[in-house]
Design a protein around this ligand. Sequence first.
Ligand code: ZN
Ligand code: ZN
Length: 439
Amino acid sequence: MRGAAPRETAPLLAAAALALSLVVVLLAGCGSAATTGGPGAEPSGGPAATGAATEAPSAQPTAEPSPARTPMTPRPTPTGTAPSPTPSGASAPGTGTTGGAGKGASGASPGATTVVFVDVGQGDATVIRSGSWTGLIDGGPAGAEPAIEAALAKLGVRRLSAVVVSHVHADHTGGLTRLVGEWRPRKAYVAGAPTAALAGALRGAGTAVVQVRRGDGLKFGAARAEVLSPAGLSGDPNSDSVVLRLDAAGRSFLFTGDCTGPNEAAVGRICARGPPIDVIKVAHHGSRYSTSSAFLAETRPGVAVICVGPNSYGHPTPATVGRLLAAGSRVYTTWKNGGVTFTVSAAGAMSVSFGRSSQPVKKATAAGGSAESGGGAAAGTGAAAASSGASGGAIVYVTKTGECYHAGGCRYLSGSRIPIALKDARGAYRPCSVCDPPI
Ligand SMILES: [Zn+2]
Ligand SMILES: [Zn+2]
C-alpha cells in the first residue's frame, strides 16, 4: 500500500525490565510438577544482521491436510462493507458445503493457503502454508515444539521457508529456538533484535534475518503479506510486535502479535481503508489492553481466534471477548477449540477445522473453557470431535510420572511431554482438570 518504509536503525531496546510474571500454575492433582513458562523475554544481543536472500521455494510436494472441514458460515460484515470478491466458478466464500467445494477445497492446490493456529497453550504459534512455501509466525512457549512440529508434519512440511518473530517474549519465542535449528528457515522477519539465544540459533541455521517495518511487502508463496506495524521501535516489545496482514485469494488474515496502544490504533486506521478482515489473530491472548472497540470497528473481523491456554493473567478477558462478540465476530480460542485450521482455496473458498470443539465462544466470560467456566461443554464436544477420527485431534499428552493426560498446551507438560492416542489414554489416565483435554 505504500513503498518500502525506511529501515530505522532503532536504538537497541533498553533492557526493559519486563515484569513478566512467572506463570505458575500450581494446581495440585496431576502428579506432575508445574513449572513456569520460563520467560526469557529480555531483549538482548546486538542488532540483527540484515540479509537479503532470495526466495528459494522448496520443491517438496504439498501434502493435503486432512482434518475434517467445517464450511464457513457467511462472515458478518458489521459495517456493511462489501466482502472480498468471489471469483467466478468458486463456491461462495463461507458457504461451500463440506467436501463439495471441488478443486478449490484441496490444500494441495498450488494456489491454496492453509493457516494453522497451533494449540500451544498460553502463547502463539501460527503455521502458514502456501504451495511449497511454509512460514511460522512465532514458536510458542518452551515445550510447544512437539505441537508445532506435529502441525508441520501434518502439512507435509520438511523445511521452513521463513519464520516471523512477532516480538521477543517467551510465550512467542520459547519454542522457536530449537525449531529454528531443526527446520532451518531461510529467512527470519523481525522488528528489533531477537534474543541472544534466538539470534545464535538463526546464525547457526544460516537464516537471513530481515528487519521489517510498516509498508514492507512480503511474498508468502502464492499469498502476499504486508507489514502494518511497527513503523519504528518504541522499546516495548508488545507495542513493537510485527503485525502482518496476509492476503490469500481475496481472503485476509491479520496477525497481531501482542500489539497494543498507538500501534494497534495505527493498524486499525490502515485496515479501515480496506475490506473487512476475514480472520484476526486476537492480540495478546485476549488481554483487555488490546483489541479496542474502535480497532474492531476498523478491522471488522469476521472470525477471531484467540491463542490462549491456562494462565494467571485472566486471558482471555471477558471485556475483550465481549467486544469481539459485540463487533459481530465469531470467536474461537485454542484453549477451547484446540488448533484452528483455515484453508483458503485458490478460488477464495475458505473452510475451517478444529483440533477439539467446533463450538464458537458465545458468552463474554473467560473464554478458554477453563475448569471454572464451561469446561464440561468443551470436553463434550471435544469427545465428539475426537471420536470422529477425522480431525486428527485425538492425540493427547502424558508425562513420565503423572496420572493425567493433557491437551497440547497444558502447563503440566513443561517437564515431559509424551504423545499418546486418546483412546489409549482413556483407560490408563484421567483427563487433566486444568487444561480440559478431550475425553
Ligand atoms: Zn508479549
Ligand atoms: Zn504473548
